[in-house]
Design a protein around this ligand. Structure first.
Ligand SMILES: C[S@@+](CC[C@H](N)C(=O)[O-])C[C@H]1O[C@@H](n2cnc3c(N)ncnc32)[C@H](O)[C@@H]1O
Length: 205
């Protein structure tokens, strides 16, 4: 998958996740973000224009270097100080309690060990800190979930490790975070197997 993963998929991902219906969701989900933020799975920086004024700085973490020129342009368009960190979220190089807030959008589907990553998020958040999430995942409808399981191997292949069928709320709880607000909805215009959304806020429990 080298050429596809390195040169084709990043453009497809940036285009798809940058369309208006996704951007509207980013705006809604990121409203509670504040202070020094850690974003896991920063991707191509599509969240940057949607961070509210209450955010003072961003540590943007991703193991992949995706569309670096585009990312640099997006960073330079805003006034938010951004530190790029090329690492996986499962082992974070930060001290306990460093961040006011952590953010994950369309990323817990892809991180190989998402519970390990969430435990790390819990550790590096200040006591009472905020974890903001916007994710697609497993349907509560058994029939839809069955089709998610069926298509998951294909999805993992074409979307570079993305899973359709992860129970996002259960993973967040297993990571030691207490969900304070959870909105479940279907993303309009997206096939239901990929459009079962989880949006909300959790805190270290
Ligand atoms: C579907 S993209 C979402 C990108 C971005 N969060 C957004 O909303 O547009 C998933 C991202 O997770 C990143 N990722 C994959 N494995 C990861 C890991 N172990 N830790 C952190 N991020 C990871 C990928 O490189 C990719 O940028």
């Amino acid at each position: 998958m080298g050429f596809y993963a390195d040169h084709v998929f990043p453009h497809l991902m940036d285009w798809t996740l940058g369309t208006r219906r996704f951007q509207e969701q980013r705006e809604l989900a990121l409203a509670p973000a504040h202070g020094h933020v850690l974003e896991i799975g920063f991707g191509t920086g599509l969240n940057l224009p949607h961070y509210p004024r209450a955010v003072t700085s961003l540590t943007a973490l991703d193991p992949a270097t995706l569309l670096p020129k585009k990312v640099a342009r997006r960073i330079s368009r805003g006034s938010l100080p951004v530190e790029l960190v090329r690492l996986s979220a499962e082992t974070l190089p930060f001290e306990d309690g460093r961040f006011d807030c952590a953010v994950s959008t369309w990323t817990l589907c892809t991180i190989p060990d998402s519970v390990a990553a969430l435990r790390e998020v819990r550790r590096v958040l200040k006591p009472g800190g905020t974890f903001v999430f916007l994710e697609h995942g497993r349907s509560d409808d058994a029939w839809v979930a069955k089709w998610q399981d069926f298509f998951n191997p294909l999805q993992r292949h074409i979307a570079c490790g993305c899973n359709l069928n992860r129970p996002i709320d259960a993973l967040i709880s297993q990571g030691g975070l207490k969900i304070e607000r959870l909105d479940r909805f279907l993303l309009p215009g997206v096939p239901r197997i990929a459009g079962e959304m989880y949006r909300g806020v959790a805190r270290p429990s």
